[in-house]
Design a binder for this molecule. Structure first.
Ligand code: AMP
Length: 395
């Protein structure tokens, strides 16, 4: 039987999982699912490809570790014969050390713990996933796939902050995130439009977390997120671009504690903070509250500005791709961005956009605009198969 690979993608309130077979050039999905609503009303759901789906409530007050253990129990029950050959983990932060996926050992796990303060919403849960998987499958390689790795080749000007140089040497740099999503889209674009894929491409990953990446020849050159996942675009609950002087003011004049400031910037800001209604784009689009509408307008405005900035970083671009929850499903946000960039030669096909078609630019558009679903899980599985040495010859 072909090797089986499990992927885990642990976020602040959910843990996504998938089981893949390594029996084709690209990982073949068998089942995907998640434990969602951690901290509130947790639910377990799983969907077997071309098969049954299950969706049931779980005990309240489930920790991330318990949720991950429940996922492994379900997989072992549902697929008793599926010998798992490797487990792949999305790990948000790989710091300066990790520019490619690795097999985790005690030493590297300790190093990954050092990055917890750099990504407090995600890194602790990513590490919990590795610990539970290691206990459940002690003889199986645990592969860490980093969201930062795709951006590690940036030139100094796209990697540095203008602090004293010693801070750069210490590793206080623009790491960038969503790398697994960008890598997946970059590969997909080579199939969809091989000519443009080799040129300048801007990808807009617009989900609860949102960022942009400017690529050339399929490689990341610049990205809107920086040292932390706070920089760049406003997000569901994160602020995005902000004047550091404002943060000093809050610390000094409002006597905010670092914890209060962190909570404000990560969890009370962005679309939620501006609207006072919700962090969720669907809810905002359906709302008649003027502040909800203002929050959407702000989101679109910042995306346009950041795209123009990234275009300058790569000397212009040949294709624009929208992905993730909002990018794949919100005609309104995409229309605002594309029409607002008309001066760059982008023209929208309104009907195609309203249908969420794969190509939403009009025939006369100087730059094609794509809507391409992302698949971080498949990218993790692919890296896991390669890194664990489950090569075609071994299958
Ligand atoms: P993600 O983090 O990629 O799962 O994306 C979540 C975001 O996508 C949330 O803000 C959702 O409201 C948004 N989203 C999902 N479906 C739609 C839709 N049909 N229209 C607008 N926004 C959507």
């Amino acid at each position: 039987m072909a090797d089986r690979v499990v992927t885990l993608n642990a976020g602040s309130s959910s843990v996504k999982f998938a089981l893949f077979a390594a029996d084709a050039d690209w990982p073949r999905l068998i089942v995907s699912g998640a434990v969602e609503g951690l901290g509130a009303k947790p639910r377990f759901r799983a969907a077997i490809v071309d098969g049954d789906a299950s969706d049931r409530p779980l005990a309240a007050k489930l920790t991330h570790k318990q949720a991950i253990a429940a996922i492994f129990e379900w997989i072992e029950d549902a697929y008793p014969a599926a010998a798992v050959s490797a487990i792949g983990h999305r790990v948000v932060h790989g710091g300066l050390s990790f520019a490619a996926p690795i097999i985790v050992d005690a030493e590297t796990l300790a190093e990954l713990r050092e990055f917890i303060p750099l990504a407090p919403l995600h890194q602790p849960h990513n590490i919990a996933g590795i610990e539970v998987a290691r206990d459940a499958f002690p003889h199986v390689p645990q592969v860490a796939c980093f969201d930062t790795a795709f951006h590690r080749g940036h030139a100094f000007v796209d990697d540095a902050y203008a602090l004293p140089y010693s801070y750069y040497e210490r590793g206080l740099r623009r790491f960038g995130f969503h790398g697994l999503s960008y890598e997946y889209i970059s590969r997909r674009l080579r199939t969809i439009d091989p000519v443009h894929a080799e040129g300048g491409v801007i990808i807009a990953h617009l989900g609860n977390g949102a960022s942009l990446c400017a690529m050339k020849g399929g490689r990341s050159i610049a990205t809107s997120m920086g040292f932390s996942a706070l920089e760049g675009l406003p997000m569901g609950t994160r602020c995005g671009q902000i004047d550091p002087g404002l943060l000093l003011y809050l610390l000094q004049s409002d006597a905010m504690t670092p914890e209060e400031l962190s909570h404000l910037l990560y969890e009370r800001s962005g679309l939620l903070g501006l609207s006072g209604v919700s962090h969720d784009m669907r809810t905002l689009e359906a709302s008649e509250d003027p502040r909800a509408q203002a929050a959407i307008a702000y989101f679109i405005h910042r995306i346009k500005m950041e795209i123009a900035a990234l275009a300058a970083a790569i000397g212009g671009f040949d294709a624009l791709v929208f992905t993730a929850g909002i990018g794949e499903h919100s005609p309104r946000v995409r229309a605002g961005v594309v029409e607002g960039l008309g001066w760059l030669g982008l023209t929208l096909d309104t009907a195609a956009n309203s249908r969420n078609d794969p190509v939403i630019s009009a025939a006369q558009s100087r730059i094609p605009v794509f809507v391409t679903p992302t698949d971080e899980e498949a990218m993790i599985a692919r890296h896991t198969i390669e890194t664990a040495g489950l090569t075609a010859a071994a299958r």
